[in-house]
Design a protein around this ligand. Structure first.
Ligand SMILES: *Cc1c(COP(=O)(O)O)cnc(C)c1O
Length: 396
């Protein structure tokens, strides 16, 4: 048996005719940039998230870049985020000429740890009442924003993050690229802070046929600014008061995404059902002393963009599963504070111990909606066989 990490062909088979008709409609219109599908999708995402404004952009990376740029992040500034995330979370900060400052994650949910955030401000920052700025003392930069990441499809502890942000008058940009449709206290990921960023990369829960992204906000001024930034800062056409980018959501992508959007809730629900079955299977197989399934934290729904376990002998297990024809992935094998390109920031691995540990202990298993019972059991049986091979007392 073969079980891929993600099977997009299985998904495509269920919506092929609709996707083809949507793509045809764009070709018939010959309107490829900022057409009716982009505007309609913006409205649909805004409605889904209960956010007043949504702006389609070229990728999740650009959603972050334009959001930070809209907040005025630039040289001499810094942005506080976590290192256990996809590269773009920090890469965009650096590409704006600013400095990423890392705080650690919580063990249970792999999300920004409010305690780590609070103690970071206490130890390293000072609020200057005169200029109303928060200065990061060691780097002598102005802290401009906080970027929590709703990793794997579950929200951070947003109330506590927002409370700390308010204390320092700092805006919060949510990296919700993995969490579209996830909720925190009944409200949607992306609509909890000042700006929320989504990615439509093909492997995300709502994935296009290429790159795409979106920014949502309840601040009309910020929405207008992101809208301006995605077309070179041009308004009216060919008049530029600011310098922007070429970062529009493609009309073809929007057309495909509009076909997929009505299925998103069901797909995410199926992922959640698969997750619950894995949890039961792992328990029944007596595997809980070797692996820790993901936990759903209080007040939150989880859309299981990834189903990530903590496990003993991670790299050996991954190889074992590969040999058994099972696709897995490590998200992410090197915490950003340990990346070569960020050596100049001066972090040691042990400065952010939970991020470091997560990079060494976690493994993502197949969780896509079309994963069937036989495939899931094969994954569980293969994991049980791995530990039985090495440790006595594991039942098959
Ligand atoms: C996917 C992702 C991004 C970047 O999105 P792209 O559309 O690939 O540019 C940013 N942050 C996180 C956490 C992601 O998972």
């Amino acid at each position: 048996m073969k079980v891929p990490l993600l099977d997009l062909q299985a998904q495509y088979a269920t919506i092929k005719d609709e996707v083809r008709a949507a793509v045809d409609s764009v070709f018939e219109s010959q309107r490829f940039v900022l057409g009716t599908h982009v505007a309609a999708l913006e409205g649909e995402i805004a409605k889904l998230c209960d956010a007043p404004y949504a702006v389609g952009v070229a990728s999740g990376t650009d959603a972050l870049l334009l959001s930070l740029k809209a907040l005025g992040v630039g040289p001499g500034d810094s942005v506080v985020t976590v290192p256990f995330t996809f590269f773009a979370t920090a890469g965009t900060i650096v590409n704006l000429g600013a400095r990423p400052l890392f705080v650690d994650i919580e063990r249970a949910g792999f999300e920004m740890d409010p305690e780590s955030l609070a103690s970071f401000f206490e130890r390293e920052c000072a609020f200057d009442k005169k200029t109303q700025r928060t200065i990061h003392k060691p780097s002598d930069t102005t802290v401009k924003a906080i970027v929590p990441v709703h990793l794997y499809g579950q929200c951070v502890n947003m109330d506590e993050i927002l409370a700390i942000a308010r204390r320092f008058s700092l805006p919060v940009v949510e990296d919700a690229c993995q969490a579209i449709g996830a909720t925190y206290k009944g409200r949607c990921a992306g609509a909890l802070g000042d700006l929320g960023c989504f990615s439509f990369f093909p492997s995300k829960n709502l994935g296009g046929a290429g790159d795409g992204g979106m920014v949502i906000t309840s601040d009309s001024r910020l929405a207008e600014r992101v809208r301006l930034l995605r077309t070179h800062g041009s308004h009216p056409k060919y008049y530029h008061s600011i310098v922007g980018y070429n970062s529009r959501l493609d009309e073809l992508q929007a057309a495909v995404l509009r076909v997929k959007l009505p299925h998103l809730a069901q797909w995410s629900k199926s992922r959640g059902e698969n997750a619950a079955r894995y949890n039961d299977d792992f328990k029944a197989a007596g595997l809980l002393s070797f692996i820790t399934p993901p936990s759903i934290l209080p007040d939150r729904s989880h859309i299981f963009h990834q189903y990530v376990i903590r496990c003993a002998k991670r790299d050996e297990l991954q190889q074992w599963l590969k040999d058994a024809g099972i696709g897995t992935e490590i998200y992410y094998p090197v915490s950003l504070h340990e990346q070569e390109c960020f050596r100049y920031l001066g972090y040691a691995a042990e400065n952010l111990p939970e991020s470091h540990a997560a990079s060494k202990e976690t493994l993502a298993l197949p969780i896509y909606p079309e994963l069937d019972d036989a495939q899931r059991r094969y994954v569980v049986d293969s994991i049980a066989a791995f530990y039985r091979d090495r440790v006595k007392g594991v039942r098959a």
